[in-house]
Design a protein around this ligand. Structure first.
Ligand SMILES: *Cc1c(COP(=O)(O)O)cnc(C)c1O
Length: 401
C-alpha cells in the first residue's frame, strides 16, 4: 500500500456528512462570492485566533500581498524575510513593487534568526544619514512560521518596535500554532496581552492559506488576513473587492480576491475539527520522533520551548554527509512512500531573483537546509503501522548506505 504525503480523501471521509450538507446549503442559497458563509467563517476564525478582524481572500499569496499593501508597502520599499520559504512570501513583496531583503534562518528551527535580523537592522540604520532617517526604505518584516512552528516572535516584535517596522506574519503553514509569550507585553500593537498567543495575532497582520494541503485546507484556493487593527481590516476589505466599500463606487485601485462561499462553508465545518486534528498531528509527530531518534544521521524536527508546533509538515534533516537525502527520497519512493523537499533551492539563488545580486554562500544556513531536509507523510489519519513502516524503511536505507 502506498503512503501519500497527505491523504485528503481520508479527511473527507471523516467529515463527509457535514461537508456535503454545507455544500448543498450554499448551492441552494446561490450565494457563491463572499456572502453569509464567508461572514460567518470570518467571525469564527477571528474568535479562534483571538483577533478582532478576519478578511477572507482568494489565496494565501494574495492574503500576503493585500496585507502588505494595506500596511502601506509600495514601490522601492524593502521588506525583510528569509530565503528559506515558499516563493509566495517574496512574490507578495515584489507584487507590491517592494524588494525582498533576506535574513538567514536559525538552522535548528528553519525560522528567521532574530540575532541576524538585529544585526541587519543595526547595520542599515547606522548607514543612514540623519537627514534621511525618517525615509528608510525598510518598512516591514514578514516572519514565516515554517512547517507549523512559530518564529521567535518576542525579539522580532521588539525590533519592529525599535525600528518602526510593520509585521506581516506568514502563517500559511502554521494555523493554530502558538507562541508562548515569556516577557513583558510588547506595546506596538493593540491586541490584548496574553501569555499564549496564536500566530497571526502577534504582528500587525497575520496571513492564512487554505491551500488543500495546509492544516485547514479548502477544496480549492483560499486565504485570509487577520488583524486587531480596524483600519487595516477595512483596507484589506476594500482591496479584495475592486477597491470599493459600496458597489460601483471605487476608492482605491483594488483586486478581485475574494473567498468563495462554497470554500467558506467547507472551511467552517473543518474549523470545528481543527484542534482535534492538530492534536493528532502532534501525536503522530511525537511517535515519528521516537521511532527515528535512534537512527544515526537522521535528525527529527527541533521543537522550541516557546511554541506549540502544529506539524503542517514533519521535516527531518539528514545530518551525516555520507547519507544522501535525494537517495533516501528515491528509496522511500520505490517503497511506495511519498516525501517532499520544502525547499530544494533557497530564494536568493532562484533565477527570478538574479537581479538582487546574491550568490552562493550569502545565507549558509538556508543553503545547508535545502540540501538536508526531507518532509515525511503526516496527516491526522496516518496510522501507526504506516509510520512504523516508514521508520523501518528509513533505517534500512541508512544501514545499507
Ligand atoms: C502555502 C504558502 C503560501 C501561499 O499560500 P497559497 O494559498 O498557496 O497562495 C505562502 N507562504 C507559505 C510559507 C506557504 O507555505
Amino acid at each position: 500500500m502506498n503512503i501519500p504525503l497527505v491523504d485528503l480523501k481520508a479527511q473527507y471521509s471523516s467529515v463527509k456528512g457535514e461537508v456535503d450538507s454545507a455544500i448543498h446549503r450554499v448551492i441552494e442559497r446561490g450565494e457563491f462570492i463572499l456572502g453569509p458563509e464567508v461572514n460567518a467563517f470570518e467571525s469564527e476564525m477571528a474568535a479562534y485566533l483571538g483577533v478582532k478582524h478576519a478578511v477572507g481572500v482568494a489565496s494565501g499569496t494574495e492574503a500576503l500581498q493585500l496585507a502588505l499593501l494595506a500596511c502601506g508597502i509600495g514601490p522601492g520599499d524593502e521588506v525583510v524575510t528569509t530565503p528559506f520559504t515558499f516563493i509566495a512570501t517574496t512574490e507578495a513583496i515584489t507584487q507590491c513593487g517592494a524588494i525582498p531583503v533576506f535574513v538567514d534562518i536559525d538552522p535548528k528551527t528553519y525560522n528567521i534568526d532574530p540575532q541576524k535580523l538585529a544585526i541587519l537592522l543595526e547595520t542599515k540604520s547606522a548607514r543612514k544619514l540623519p537627514i534621511t532617517s525618517h525615509q528608510s526604505p525598510l518598512k516591514a518584516i514578514v516572519p514565516v512560521h515554517l512547517y507549523g512552528q512559530s518564529a521567535e516572535m518576542g525579539p522580532i516584535l521588539d525590533l519592529a518596535q525599535k525600528y518602526h517596522l510593520k509585521i506581516i506574519e506568514d502563517c500559511a503553514q502554521s494555523l493554530g500554532a502558538v507562541y508562548y509569550t515569556t516577557q513583558s507585553p510588547v506595546t506596538n500593537h493593540q491586541s490584548p496581552v496574553a501569555s499564549h498567543r496564536k500566530v497571526g495575532s502577534l504582528g500587525d497582520t497575520g496571513c492564512l492559506s487554505f491551500f488543500p494541503s495546509k492544516v485547514l485546507g479548502a477544496y480549492g484556493d483560499g486565504g485570509m488576513v487577520v488583524t486587531n487593527n480596524s483600519e487595516l481590516a477595512e483596507k484589506v476589505t476594500m482591496l479584495r473587492n475592486h477597491g470599493c466599500k459600496q458597489k460601483y463606487y471605487h476608492l482605491v485601485p483594488g483586486f478581485n480576491s475574494r473567498l468563495d462561499g462554497l470554500q467558506a462553508a467547507i472551511l467552517r465545518v473543518k474549523l470545528r475539527h481543527l484542534d482535534e486534528w492538530l492534536k493528532l498531528r502532534r501525536e503522530k509527530a511525537n511517535l515519528y520522533s521516537q521511532l527515528l531518534e535512534s537512527i544515526d544521521g537522521i535528525e527529527p524536527p527541533y521543537v522550541v520551548s516557546y511554541g506549540y508546533h502544529v506539524f503542517n509538515y514533519y521535516t527531518i534533516r539528514l545530518n551525516n554527509s555520507k547519507l544522501s537525502r535525494d537517495g533516501l527520497k528515491q528509496f522511500l519512493n520505490s517503497q511506495g512512500i511519498a516525501t517532499a523537499i520544502y525547499y530544494p533551492l533557497s530564494l536568493h539563488l532562484q533565477e527570478v531573483y538574479k537581479s538582487l545580486g546574491h550568490k552562493r554562500g550569502d545565507f549558509p544556513n538556508s543553503e545547508q537546509a535545502q540540501e538536508e531536509v526531507l518532509s515525511l507523510p503526516i496527516y491526522p489519519e496516518l496510522e501507526e503501522e504506516q509510520m512504523e513502516r516508514i521508520a523501518k524503511t528509513i533505517k534500512e536505507f541508512v544501514n545499507s548506505d
